[in-house]
Write a protein that binds this ligand. Structure first.
Ligand code: ZN
Ligand code: ZN
Length: 339
């Protein structure tokens, strides 16, 4: 019998299709050109060193001794524009406002043929720090209500360029999904006197069966009601509503957990395409005791179809406990094999 499960933090239901569940190894990409087999520098890549003139000027560059190690700049194809604080306008039933905000690109490494799974923990911590610095800067911008840090890895995840990079989008509105999650978290706090995310990571560590990697300050696990195969949450253990509130030692631990988790996906499933997103509270809810930031990883190993669009809920064809056990058992090589 298939099982319906509910995520207590998001309140979303999912169908866990036990009858037609696939074995974890069946999700592996077999014909993929893996990231580590690409050239280290690509002549025409706008994000490779030496091609800085092909992008806008850096808003942040972190040096690594020989040049930049991380480079941030405004997105050439920005989804939002510059301008004064925008007013909402109603015309009949149509509400609109001008699209002011920020949209930056974070190039995570000068090397074209790397990705988080192949980097050192220090390199991962360095680009996460760049996300933090720019998010902090955006939080002082009165036009910005919410900042989303995210990464698209691979074409199926929406990446148009191969070079490892993430993006920061700062919005002048709070999207419905985040508003309803913040509201649900507040309702849970009201009923239980605790944060649902704090309760969730503690229960996941106590249960153990869905944990992928546990660090000192953070833990990655496949949620009980994961909405897709190998969907993973990385939750910091100390309660904080905003990503920018995380301390350097905690960030280094998160970098280590993120790196190992993504390395297990890389070596276990053959470098699948994925997205990760940082889910943080709106800037003006920074002191919230009920909302807790976390990082969500969604490997693109299954497709969203009509049912998902129509119902607003998912069918997961992998068992969360099996996915987590598979990832726990993946051995990550110390040295990336040369090609
Ligand atoms: Zn490149
Ligand atoms: Zn919490």
């Amino acid at each position: 019998m298939p099982e319906l499960r509910q995520n207590m933090a998001t309140r979303e239901w999912v169908i866990i299709a036990t009858e037609r569940a696939r074995r974890p190894e069946e999700f592996a990409e077999v014909s993929r050109v893996r990231t580590h087999t690409r050239p280290q520098r690509v002549e025409k890549c706008p994000f490779c060193p030496g091609n800085e003139h092909m992008t806008p000027a850096a808003t942040l560059a972190i040096e690594d001794g020989e040049g930049w190690g991380v480079r941030v700049f405004n997105n050439l194809y920005s989804a939002l524009g510059d301008g004064p604080v925008s007013e909402r306008v109603m015309e009949g039933l149509h509400r609109h406002m001008s699209g002011v905000g920020r949209h930056e690109v974070v190039v995570e490494s000068p090397r074209h043929n790397t990705t988080t799974a192949l980097m050192s923990v220090q390199e991962v911590a360095r680009f996460l720090r760049a996300f933090q610095v720019r998010t902090e800067e955006a939080s002082r911008d009165e036009r910005v209500l919410l900042t989303i840090c995210f990464k698209n890895h691979g074409a199926a995840a929406g990446a148009s360029l191969e070079h490892p990079h993430g993006q920061i989008l700062c919005l002048p509105v709070v999207p419905l999904q985040l508003r309803s999650r913040a509201h649900d978290a507040m309702t849970y706090f009201d009923e239980h006197g605790s944060c649902v995310f704090c309760d969730m990571w503690r229960q996941e560590i106590a249960d153990g069966v869905r944990v992928v990697v546990e660090g000192k300050h953070s833990v990655s696990f496949v949620p009980f009601a994961a909405f897709s195969p190998f969907h993973i949450w990385i939750v910091p253990k100390r309660h904080a509503a905003l990503f920018v509130q995380t301390r350097p030692d905690e960030l280094e631990d998160i970098a280590s957990v993120l790196r190992t988790t993504l390395a297990k996906l890389y070596w276990g499933l053959g470098d699948p395409d994925y997205n990760w997103m940082i889910r943080a509270a709106p800037n003006h809810h920074g002191t919230s005791r009920s909302y807790h930031w976390y990082l969500s990883v969604v490997p693109r190993v299954s497709k969203m179809a009509g049912f998902e669009l129509g119902a607003g809920m998912f069918i997961n064809s992998a068992l969360p406990e099996q996915s987590a056990r598979f990832l726990r058992e993946v051995q990550v090589p110390d040295v990336v094999p040369s090609t």
